[in-house]
Design a protein around this ligand. Structure first.
Ligand SMILES: Nc1nc2c(ncn2[C@@H]2O[C@H](COP(=O)(O)OP(=O)(O)O)[C@@H](O)[C@H]2O)c(=O)[nH]1
Ligand SMILES: [Mg+2]
Length: 332
Protein backbone atom coordinates (compact mmCIF):
# COMPACT_ATOMS: atom_id res chain seq x y z
CA UNK A 1 0.00 0.00 0.00
CA UNK A 2 1.44 3.36 -0.97
CA UNK A 3 1.53 6.10 1.65
CA UNK A 4 -1.07 7.95 -0.41
CA UNK A 5 -3.56 5.10 -0.48
CA UNK A 6 -2.92 4.43 3.20
CA UNK A 7 -3.71 8.02 3.91
CA UNK A 8 -6.87 7.76 1.82
CA UNK A 9 -7.98 4.63 3.63
CA UNK A 10 -7.89 6.40 6.94
CA UNK A 11 -9.18 9.69 5.63
CA UNK A 12 -12.54 10.80 6.93
CA UNK A 13 -15.00 11.48 4.16
CA UNK A 14 -17.42 14.33 4.63
CA UNK A 15 -21.00 13.95 3.55
CA UNK A 16 -23.66 16.60 3.92
CA UNK A 17 -27.32 15.81 3.39
CA UNK A 18 -30.34 18.06 3.46
CA UNK A 19 -34.08 17.41 3.55
CA UNK A 20 -36.67 19.78 2.11
CA UNK A 21 -40.34 19.74 1.22
CA UNK A 22 -43.74 20.85 2.39
CA UNK A 23 -44.68 20.75 6.04
CA UNK A 24 -45.54 17.56 7.86
CA UNK A 25 -44.36 15.12 5.19
CA UNK A 26 -41.96 13.30 7.54
CA UNK A 27 -38.63 15.08 6.95
CA UNK A 28 -37.66 15.33 10.60
CA UNK A 29 -38.92 11.77 11.16
CA UNK A 30 -36.61 10.59 8.36
CA UNK A 31 -33.61 12.37 9.92
CA UNK A 32 -34.49 10.79 13.30
CA UNK A 33 -34.70 7.33 11.75
CA UNK A 34 -31.43 7.77 9.87
CA UNK A 35 -29.75 8.96 13.06
CA UNK A 36 -31.15 5.94 14.86
CA UNK A 37 -29.58 3.50 12.40
CA UNK A 38 -26.10 5.06 12.37
CA UNK A 39 -23.03 3.60 13.97
CA UNK A 40 -21.65 6.57 15.83
CA UNK A 41 -17.89 6.54 16.41
CA UNK A 42 -17.55 9.26 18.98
CA UNK A 43 -20.45 9.92 21.27
CA UNK A 44 -18.60 12.30 23.58
CA UNK A 45 -18.83 15.50 21.58
CA UNK A 46 -22.19 15.26 19.81
CA UNK A 47 -24.63 18.04 20.34
CA UNK A 48 -27.99 16.84 19.22
CA UNK A 49 -30.65 19.42 18.44
CA UNK A 50 -33.67 19.18 20.75
CA UNK A 51 -36.04 19.47 17.77
CA UNK A 52 -34.88 16.05 16.62
CA UNK A 53 -36.71 14.45 19.52
CA UNK A 54 -39.89 16.47 19.35
CA UNK A 55 -42.34 14.02 17.90
CA UNK A 56 -46.02 14.59 17.27
CA UNK A 57 -47.75 11.32 17.85
CA UNK A 58 -50.60 12.78 19.85
CA UNK A 59 -53.25 14.99 18.25
CA UNK A 60 -52.54 18.63 18.96
CA UNK A 61 -48.77 18.13 19.14
CA UNK A 62 -48.19 18.81 15.45
CA UNK A 63 -47.57 22.55 15.60
CA UNK A 64 -45.28 22.29 18.63
CA UNK A 65 -43.24 19.54 16.99
CA UNK A 66 -42.93 21.13 13.55
CA UNK A 67 -39.45 22.31 12.57
CA UNK A 68 -39.27 26.07 13.17
CA UNK A 69 -35.90 26.89 11.68
CA UNK A 70 -33.13 25.30 9.68
CA UNK A 71 -30.73 23.35 11.86
CA UNK A 72 -27.83 21.03 11.22
CA UNK A 73 -25.74 18.63 13.23
CA UNK A 74 -22.64 16.60 12.50
CA UNK A 75 -21.87 13.05 13.54
CA UNK A 76 -18.72 10.95 13.25
CA UNK A 77 -20.01 7.67 11.93
CA UNK A 78 -18.65 4.45 10.55
CA UNK A 79 -20.23 2.75 7.57
CA UNK A 80 -18.80 -0.40 6.00
CA UNK A 81 -15.40 0.26 7.61
CA UNK A 82 -15.26 3.81 6.33
CA UNK A 83 -15.26 6.84 8.53
CA UNK A 84 -17.71 9.52 7.58
CA UNK A 85 -18.29 12.91 9.06
CA UNK A 86 -21.99 13.17 8.34
CA UNK A 87 -23.86 16.45 8.52
CA UNK A 88 -27.65 16.36 8.41
CA UNK A 89 -29.55 19.54 7.61
CA UNK A 90 -33.26 19.75 8.44
CA UNK A 91 -35.39 22.61 7.09
CA UNK A 92 -38.70 24.03 8.22
CA UNK A 93 -41.49 22.69 6.02
CA UNK A 94 -42.68 24.79 3.12
CA UNK A 95 -46.06 26.46 3.55
CA UNK A 96 -48.61 25.76 0.83
CA UNK A 97 -51.12 28.56 1.11
CA UNK A 98 -48.86 31.60 0.83
CA UNK A 99 -47.09 31.85 -2.54
CA UNK A 100 -44.85 34.70 -1.50
CA UNK A 101 -43.80 33.06 1.75
CA UNK A 102 -43.15 29.82 -0.16
CA UNK A 103 -40.77 31.57 -2.55
CA UNK A 104 -38.97 33.14 0.39
CA UNK A 105 -38.67 29.74 2.07
CA UNK A 106 -37.20 28.14 -1.06
CA UNK A 107 -34.81 31.08 -1.42
CA UNK A 108 -33.71 30.54 2.18
CA UNK A 109 -32.95 26.87 1.53
CA UNK A 110 -31.03 27.82 -1.64
CA UNK A 111 -29.14 30.56 0.20
CA UNK A 112 -27.97 27.97 2.70
CA UNK A 113 -26.71 25.76 -0.14
CA UNK A 114 -25.00 28.73 -1.82
CA UNK A 115 -23.46 29.90 1.43
CA UNK A 116 -21.62 26.56 1.57
CA UNK A 117 -20.31 27.15 -1.98
CA UNK A 118 -19.16 30.59 -0.86
CA UNK A 119 -17.05 28.96 1.86
CA UNK A 120 -15.28 26.83 -0.75
CA UNK A 121 -14.86 29.87 -3.00
CA UNK A 122 -13.33 31.89 -0.16
CA UNK A 123 -10.96 29.03 0.65
CA UNK A 124 -9.94 28.73 -3.01
CA UNK A 125 -9.08 32.38 -3.30
CA UNK A 126 -6.84 32.34 -0.23
CA UNK A 127 -3.12 32.65 -0.94
CA UNK A 128 -2.39 29.99 1.63
CA UNK A 129 -5.07 27.33 1.44
CA UNK A 130 -5.90 25.08 4.33
CA UNK A 131 -5.56 21.49 3.06
CA UNK A 132 -7.80 20.33 5.90
CA UNK A 133 -10.59 22.78 5.10
CA UNK A 134 -13.97 21.19 5.68
CA UNK A 135 -16.21 20.43 2.74
CA UNK A 136 -19.54 21.82 3.85
CA UNK A 137 -21.23 21.67 0.43
CA UNK A 138 -24.61 19.96 0.34
CA UNK A 139 -24.00 16.76 -1.59
CA UNK A 140 -27.57 15.52 -1.78
CA UNK A 141 -30.97 16.98 -1.02
CA UNK A 142 -34.01 14.79 -0.46
CA UNK A 143 -37.17 16.40 -1.78
CA UNK A 144 -40.27 15.09 -0.01
CA UNK A 145 -43.36 14.67 -2.18
CA UNK A 146 -46.85 14.61 -0.71
CA UNK A 147 -48.45 11.27 -1.55
CA UNK A 148 -51.92 12.79 -1.30
CA UNK A 149 -51.39 14.52 -4.66
CA UNK A 150 -51.59 12.65 -7.88
CA UNK A 151 -48.00 13.34 -8.93
CA UNK A 152 -46.18 16.66 -8.77
CA UNK A 153 -48.08 19.89 -8.19
CA UNK A 154 -47.23 23.19 -9.92
CA UNK A 155 -45.56 24.29 -6.69
CA UNK A 156 -43.45 21.10 -6.55
CA UNK A 157 -42.35 21.72 -10.13
CA UNK A 158 -41.40 25.32 -9.42
CA UNK A 159 -39.44 24.37 -6.31
CA UNK A 160 -37.72 21.41 -7.98
CA UNK A 161 -36.64 23.56 -10.94
CA UNK A 162 -34.90 25.95 -8.55
CA UNK A 163 -33.32 23.26 -6.39
CA UNK A 164 -32.00 21.11 -9.24
CA UNK A 165 -29.93 24.08 -10.47
CA UNK A 166 -27.87 23.99 -7.28
CA UNK A 167 -27.87 20.50 -5.76
CA UNK A 168 -28.26 16.77 -6.43
CA UNK A 169 -31.96 16.28 -5.75
CA UNK A 170 -33.39 12.90 -4.84
CA UNK A 171 -37.19 12.82 -4.87
CA UNK A 172 -38.84 10.73 -2.15
CA UNK A 173 -42.41 9.78 -1.29
CA UNK A 174 -42.81 9.76 2.44
CA UNK A 175 -45.51 8.06 4.55
CA UNK A 176 -45.67 5.25 1.99
CA UNK A 177 -47.64 3.24 4.57
CA UNK A 178 -50.65 5.31 3.57
CA UNK A 179 -50.65 3.84 0.06
CA UNK A 180 -51.36 0.37 -1.26
CA UNK A 181 -48.74 -1.34 -3.40
CA UNK A 182 -50.44 -0.44 -6.66
CA UNK A 183 -51.19 3.14 -5.55
CA UNK A 184 -47.49 3.59 -4.75
CA UNK A 185 -46.42 2.10 -8.09
CA UNK A 186 -48.83 4.39 -9.94
CA UNK A 187 -47.69 7.43 -8.00
CA UNK A 188 -44.05 6.66 -8.76
CA UNK A 189 -44.91 6.34 -12.44
CA UNK A 190 -46.82 9.64 -12.48
CA UNK A 191 -44.02 11.47 -10.65
CA UNK A 192 -41.46 10.16 -13.15
CA UNK A 193 -43.67 11.20 -16.04
CA UNK A 194 -44.02 14.70 -14.53
CA UNK A 195 -40.26 14.99 -13.95
CA UNK A 196 -39.60 14.03 -17.54
CA UNK A 197 -42.33 16.24 -19.01
CA UNK A 198 -41.10 19.30 -17.12
CA UNK A 199 -37.45 18.40 -17.78
CA UNK A 200 -36.45 18.48 -14.14
CA UNK A 201 -32.90 17.15 -13.83
CA UNK A 202 -33.08 15.22 -10.57
CA UNK A 203 -30.18 12.88 -9.75
CA UNK A 204 -29.92 10.11 -12.34
CA UNK A 205 -28.36 6.75 -11.63
CA UNK A 206 -28.10 5.78 -15.29
CA UNK A 207 -25.79 8.68 -15.96
CA UNK A 208 -23.99 7.89 -12.75
CA UNK A 209 -22.91 4.52 -14.05
CA UNK A 210 -21.08 6.14 -16.94
CA UNK A 211 -19.21 8.30 -14.45
CA UNK A 212 -18.01 5.44 -12.27
CA UNK A 213 -15.02 3.25 -12.87
CA UNK A 214 -16.60 0.12 -14.32
CA UNK A 215 -13.55 -2.09 -13.55
CA UNK A 216 -13.78 -1.10 -9.94
CA UNK A 217 -17.48 -1.93 -9.90
CA UNK A 218 -17.02 -5.34 -11.45
CA UNK A 219 -14.74 -6.33 -8.59
CA UNK A 220 -17.67 -5.88 -6.29
CA UNK A 221 -20.33 -8.54 -6.82
CA UNK A 222 -22.99 -6.68 -4.92
CA UNK A 223 -22.61 -3.55 -7.02
CA UNK A 224 -23.03 -5.67 -10.11
CA UNK A 225 -26.34 -7.01 -8.88
CA UNK A 226 -27.79 -3.60 -8.16
CA UNK A 227 -27.31 -1.92 -11.48
CA UNK A 228 -27.97 1.70 -12.19
CA UNK A 229 -31.30 0.90 -13.82
CA UNK A 230 -32.55 -0.94 -10.75
CA UNK A 231 -31.80 2.11 -8.60
CA UNK A 232 -33.27 4.36 -11.27
CA UNK A 233 -36.52 2.40 -11.29
CA UNK A 234 -36.92 3.07 -7.57
CA UNK A 235 -37.04 6.85 -8.01
CA UNK A 236 -38.84 8.40 -6.17
CA UNK A 237 -37.75 6.33 -3.17
CA UNK A 238 -40.56 5.40 -0.82
CA UNK A 239 -40.04 6.03 2.88
CA UNK A 240 -41.84 5.05 6.06
CA UNK A 241 -40.71 6.39 9.42
CA UNK A 242 -41.34 4.43 12.60
CA UNK A 243 -43.78 5.53 15.25
CA UNK A 244 -42.72 6.28 18.80
CA UNK A 245 -44.45 3.27 20.35
CA UNK A 246 -42.41 0.19 21.16
CA UNK A 247 -43.13 -2.42 18.51
CA UNK A 248 -41.89 -5.97 18.64
CA UNK A 249 -41.64 -8.54 15.90
CA UNK A 250 -44.20 -11.25 16.76
CA UNK A 251 -41.85 -13.96 15.43
CA UNK A 252 -38.62 -12.96 17.11
CA UNK A 253 -39.95 -10.74 19.94
CA UNK A 254 -37.20 -8.30 19.02
CA UNK A 255 -37.87 -4.59 18.95
CA UNK A 256 -38.26 -3.21 15.46
CA UNK A 257 -38.46 0.25 14.01
CA UNK A 258 -41.93 0.11 12.61
CA UNK A 259 -45.58 1.01 12.61
CA UNK A 260 -48.34 -1.18 13.93
CA UNK A 261 -51.72 -1.54 12.23
CA UNK A 262 -54.74 -3.66 13.13
CA UNK A 263 -53.80 -5.99 10.28
CA UNK A 264 -50.07 -6.22 10.83
CA UNK A 265 -46.71 -4.56 11.34
CA UNK A 266 -44.57 -2.47 9.02
CA UNK A 267 -40.85 -2.84 9.47
CA UNK A 268 -39.27 0.38 8.19
CA UNK A 269 -35.97 -1.43 7.62
CA UNK A 270 -37.53 -4.17 5.50
CA UNK A 271 -36.81 -3.43 1.80
CA UNK A 272 -40.14 -5.04 0.92
CA UNK A 273 -41.98 -2.43 2.96
CA UNK A 274 -40.12 0.71 1.83
CA UNK A 275 -36.91 1.90 0.14
CA UNK A 276 -35.24 3.33 3.27
CA UNK A 277 -32.44 0.75 3.46
CA UNK A 278 -31.62 1.10 -0.25
CA UNK A 279 -31.63 4.89 -0.08
CA UNK A 280 -29.47 4.85 3.05
CA UNK A 281 -26.95 2.63 1.26
CA UNK A 282 -26.98 4.79 -1.87
CA UNK A 283 -26.29 7.92 0.18
CA UNK A 284 -23.77 6.63 2.68
CA UNK A 285 -21.96 3.98 0.66
CA UNK A 286 -22.52 3.10 -2.97
CA UNK A 287 -22.97 6.58 -4.47
CA UNK A 288 -21.45 8.78 -1.77
CA UNK A 289 -18.37 9.68 -3.77
CA UNK A 290 -20.42 10.34 -6.86
CA UNK A 291 -22.72 12.77 -5.05
CA UNK A 292 -19.62 14.62 -3.86
CA UNK A 293 -17.92 14.62 -7.28
CA UNK A 294 -21.06 15.86 -9.04
CA UNK A 295 -21.51 18.59 -6.45
CA UNK A 296 -17.99 19.86 -6.99
CA UNK A 297 -17.75 19.36 -10.74
CA UNK A 298 -21.22 20.50 -11.79
CA UNK A 299 -22.98 22.52 -9.14
CA UNK A 300 -20.02 24.25 -7.51
CA UNK A 301 -18.36 24.97 -10.87
CA UNK A 302 -21.59 26.48 -12.19
CA UNK A 303 -22.01 28.62 -9.07
CA UNK A 304 -18.38 29.71 -9.18
CA UNK A 305 -18.64 30.77 -12.83
CA UNK A 306 -21.83 32.72 -12.12
CA UNK A 307 -20.20 34.49 -9.18
CA UNK A 308 -17.09 35.40 -11.10
CA UNK A 309 -19.12 36.69 -14.05
CA UNK A 310 -21.30 38.72 -11.70
CA UNK A 311 -18.22 40.24 -10.11
CA UNK A 312 -16.78 41.10 -13.53
CA UNK A 313 -20.10 42.58 -14.66
CA UNK A 314 -20.35 44.77 -11.59
CA UNK A 315 -16.80 46.01 -12.19
CA UNK A 316 -17.70 46.84 -15.81
CA UNK A 317 -20.77 48.76 -14.73
CA UNK A 318 -18.67 50.85 -12.40
CA UNK A 319 -16.27 51.68 -15.24
CA UNK A 320 -19.10 52.66 -17.56
CA UNK A 321 -20.77 54.64 -14.85
CA UNK A 322 -17.48 56.39 -14.18
CA UNK A 323 -17.11 57.28 -17.88
CA UNK A 324 -20.67 58.59 -18.05
CA UNK A 325 -20.14 60.68 -14.95
CA UNK A 326 -17.03 62.27 -16.48
CA UNK A 327 -18.90 63.00 -19.72
CA UNK A 328 -21.79 64.55 -17.79
CA UNK A 329 -19.35 66.68 -15.83
CA UNK A 330 -17.60 67.97 -18.96
CA UNK A 331 -20.96 69.16 -20.31
CA UNK A 332 -21.57 71.42 -17.31
N1 LIG B 1 -48.23 7.40 8.65
C1 LIG B 1 -47.03 7.95 8.71
N2 LIG B 1 -46.84 9.06 9.44
C2 LIG B 1 -45.60 9.62 9.48
C3 LIG B 1 -44.50 9.05 8.79
N3 LIG B 1 -43.40 9.84 9.00
C4 LIG B 1 -43.80 10.82 9.81
N4 LIG B 1 -45.12 10.71 10.11
C5 LIG B 1 -45.93 11.59 10.98
O1 LIG B 1 -46.18 12.80 10.28
C6 LIG B 1 -46.12 13.92 11.17
C7 LIG B 1 -45.12 14.95 10.68
O2 LIG B 1 -43.82 14.41 10.70
P1 LIG B 1 -42.51 15.32 10.72
O3 LIG B 1 -41.35 14.38 10.61
O4 LIG B 1 -42.52 16.28 11.85
O5 LIG B 1 -42.70 16.12 9.35
P2 LIG B 1 -41.85 17.36 8.76
O6 LIG B 1 -42.68 18.58 8.97
O7 LIG B 1 -41.71 17.05 7.30
O8 LIG B 1 -40.54 17.41 9.47
C8 LIG B 1 -45.77 13.33 12.52
O9 LIG B 1 -46.95 13.17 13.25
C9 LIG B 1 -45.16 11.98 12.21
O10 LIG B 1 -45.35 11.06 13.25
C10 LIG B 1 -44.73 7.86 8.01
O11 LIG B 1 -43.84 7.30 7.39
N5 LIG B 1 -46.01 7.36 8.02
MG1 LIG C 1 -39.68 18.92 10.46
Amino acid sequence: MTPRSRRRKHAISQLNLMVVGFKSLGKTSFIRMLFDTLRIRREDNIQLPASLFQTAEKPGDAEAASTKELYSFTLDVEEENEKISLTLVDCPGFIKDNELRLDVQVTEALRYIEAQFDLTLAEETKVKRNPKALDSQIHACLYFIDNANNGLTDKDIRILKRLTARVNVIPVVAKADLLTTSQLANLKKTINRDLKFHQIPVFEFAEAEEDTDIDQELEDGEEQEQTASSFQSMIPFSLIAPEDAIITDPNTSERIRGRQFPWGIIDCLNPKHCDFVVLRNVLLTSHRKLFKDRTLESFYEQYRTERLLARKASKMITKEQKKKLLEDLSEI
